[in-house]
Design a protein around this ligand. Structure first.
Ligand SMILES: Cc1ncc(C[n+]2csc(CCOP(=O)(O)OP(=O)(O)O)c2C)c(N)n1
Length: 565
């Protein structure tokens, strides 16, 4: 029996195990939406296509599965770009399906036509324009395969309306054959042996971890590896939840807003073992003074990310999990040498402990005004370990990274690479759709919240009980901080003058709103929000000119931190 293109698409999604898609309809996807009515796939209608893509992204980050979003052609499709670029920068597996004008009209400036293959080329891992229904099933199979294998990423499938209507026999290919795309999973044994030798002869090693550890589900292996060597571990923002912050070997985050002790440890190290990390400039600071005494081992599944930003002494291309497992096995073979190594590096750990005592992560609390760090600590205290925390972008994001002690992978969802304001609320929506019974909290600034606040409607409609924390400083705080420190307090266009009644806004959507400016009420507001069913906004009116510290000024070395303002 023949099936239409839109039926074939939905069958393929089911065969890929997709249970939930996020999207927004329009003329060029109306056939797909018609078929969705009879399909077991759940569709969540967001209020903006950008939010649909962020929601699919949050779903993917929380579950490890491929997130799926659908949008119509033209403006619907172009609205997805920020979401796609966000996922691309953080290597998140997603398939985005956009409608396209009928094939005969492509290139004719037809109504609601946009060249999505052209527009998304730099921000997708791969993209397709389906010109013939006979190719559809194969293309969907390939899209999912490419999205989830190797270094994961978003794949776009642009599907013209006539292809959705055309019919063909449906057969889903069992395997994928792609010339020129063969990710290397298995780390080279020789290189791994070399790495183990380098590690065992190091006196001041530091393990530096990025999002690749989470993406390859290797948190266990990372812990075993670090413990086997008693090596200190620092993470990027994306690596944050993959190593428990309370672990004695944890140094927390490094880089621009990293801890004093992580930045000092990296600067003084003689060996850096970089795992699934890409040496972002927010991490390295001035390249010339980054880990100046260290040899660098770089483990990554993506060969193109190796040696891109820093010199590397030993590259290992492979799946992080595979490489770590092999390293752990090798270390076990060298039992006696490992013991000696642990002994020889004990002075290094003492030196680090000294830095930890000298400048712990701390802030000055206040009885008269709410400090944002205090709110973050209280949220941590009052939530379970498996709570999923999403953030927007700005100071609140950095305070969350600094003061929330994450213990489990996939519990911290934040836009690291692109730094996308407006990511937090829709990604929380996606995570909550995946895990209806888990606590999902979006920690937000007043600026970022307003970028996708319309998604409150989606939360209410689908009964997704996301709790939203707004740390309200009436400022675009992170930009204001830079203006204060580097532009002589000229606060150009960063003051959000209009006092918004966030309680009324919540209520207008049928959600609950709570607000306070009193430090003594912080705890009871959080408790009340957690006990209230459905979505809740908690607004905390915080100290307006609080800064995120430590801070490495742009272009400075990691050891040139500003510790107090
Ligand atoms: C879409 C987008 N536009 C602009 C920026 C630049 N930017 C980075 S942080 C920031 C301020 C964020 O303000 P808010 O959400 O209120 O958080 P706060 O820093 O006050 O905690 C801005 C404008 C961005 N990251 N993303």
């Amino acid at each position: 029996m023949k099936k239409t293109g839109s039926q074939i698409l939905l069958e393929c999604l089911q065969l890929e195990g997709v249970d939930t898609v996020f999207g927004y309809p329009g003329g060029t996807v109306i056939n797909i939406y018609d078929d969705l009515m009879g399909s077991p796939i759940r569709h969540i209608l967001t209020r903006h296509e950008q939010a649909a893509v962020h929601a699919a992204d949050g779903y993917a980050r929380a579950t490890g599965k491929v997130g799926v979003a659908i949008a119509t052609s033209g403006p619907g499709a172009t609205n997805t770009i920020t979401g796609i670029a966000t996922a691309y920068m953080d290597s998140i597996p997603m398939v985005i399906i956009t409608g396209q004008v009928p094939t005969a009209l492509i290139g004719n400036d037809a109504f609601q036509e946009a060249d999505m293959v052209g527009i998304t080329r730099p921000v997708t891992k791969h993209n397709y324009l389906v010109k013939d229904i006979k190719d559809l099933a194969r293309i969907i199979k390939e899209a999912f395969y490419i999205a989830r294998t190797g270094r994961p990423g978003p794949v776009l499938v642009d599907l013209p309306k006539d292809v959705q209507i055309a019919t063909a026999k449906f057969a889903y290919p069992e395997t994928v054959e792609l010339r020129g795309y063969k990710p290397t999973y298995s780390g080279n044994t020789r290189q791994i042996e070399k790495a183990v030798k380098m590690i065992l002869s190091a006196k001041k090693p530091v393990v530096y971890v990025g999002g690749g550890v989470t993406l390859s589900n290797s948190s266990h292996e990372l812990k075993d590896f670090a413990e086997a060597l008693q090596a200190p571990v620092t993470t990027t923002l994306m690596g944050m939840a993959s190593f428990p912050k309370k672990h004695p070997l944890s140094l927390g985050m490094l880089g621009m807003h990293g801890t004093y002790y992580a930045n000092m440890a990296v600067t003084n190290s003689d060996l850096l073992v970089a795992i699934g990390a890409r040496f972002d400039d927010r991490v390295t600071g001035k390249i010339a003074t980054f880990a100046p005494h260290a040899k660098i081992i770089h483990i990554d599944i993506d060969p193109t990310s190796i040696k891109k930003n820093v010199r590397v002494d030993l590259p290992i291309v492979g799946d992080v999990q595979d490489v770590l497992q092999k390293m752990i096995a090798k270390l076990a073979e060298h039992g006696d040498e490992v013991k000696v190594h642990i002994d020889e590096t004990s002075t290094w750990r003492q030196e680090i402990d000294g830095w930890k005592k000298q400048h712990p992560m701390s802030y000055k609390n206040s009885k008269s005004v709410i400090k944002p760090q205090f709110v973050i600590e209280k949220i941590r205290e009052l939530t379970r370990d498996d709570a999923i925390i999403t953030t927007e972008v700005g100071q609140h994001q950095m305070w969350t990274a600094q003061f929330f002690d994450f213990t489990q992978p996939r519990t911290f969802l934040s836009s690291g690479g692109l730094g996308t304001m407006g990511f937090g609320l829709p990604s929380a929506l996606g995570a909550q759709a995946a895990f209806p019974d888990r606590q999902v909290i979006d920690i937000s600034g007043d600026g970022s919240f307003q970028m996708n606040s319309q998604e409150l409607a989606t939360l209410v409609q689908y009964r997704l009980p996301v709790k939203i924390v707004i740390l309200n400083n009436n400022f675009l705080g992170m930009v204001r901080q830079w203006q204060q420190l580097f532009f002589d307090r000229r606060y150009s266009q960063t003051c959000m003058e209009l006092p918004i009644d966030f309680v009324k806004l919540a209520e207008a959507y049928g959600a609950t709103g709570l607000s306070t400016s009193k430090p003594e009420e912080v705890e009871s507001v959080i408790q009340k929000a957690l006990e209230t069913p459905g979505p809740v906004i908690m607004e905390f009116k915080i100290a307006r000119e609080e800064n995120v510290l430590p801070m490495v000024p742009a272009g400075a070395g990691l050891n040139e931190m500003v510790l107090a303002s």
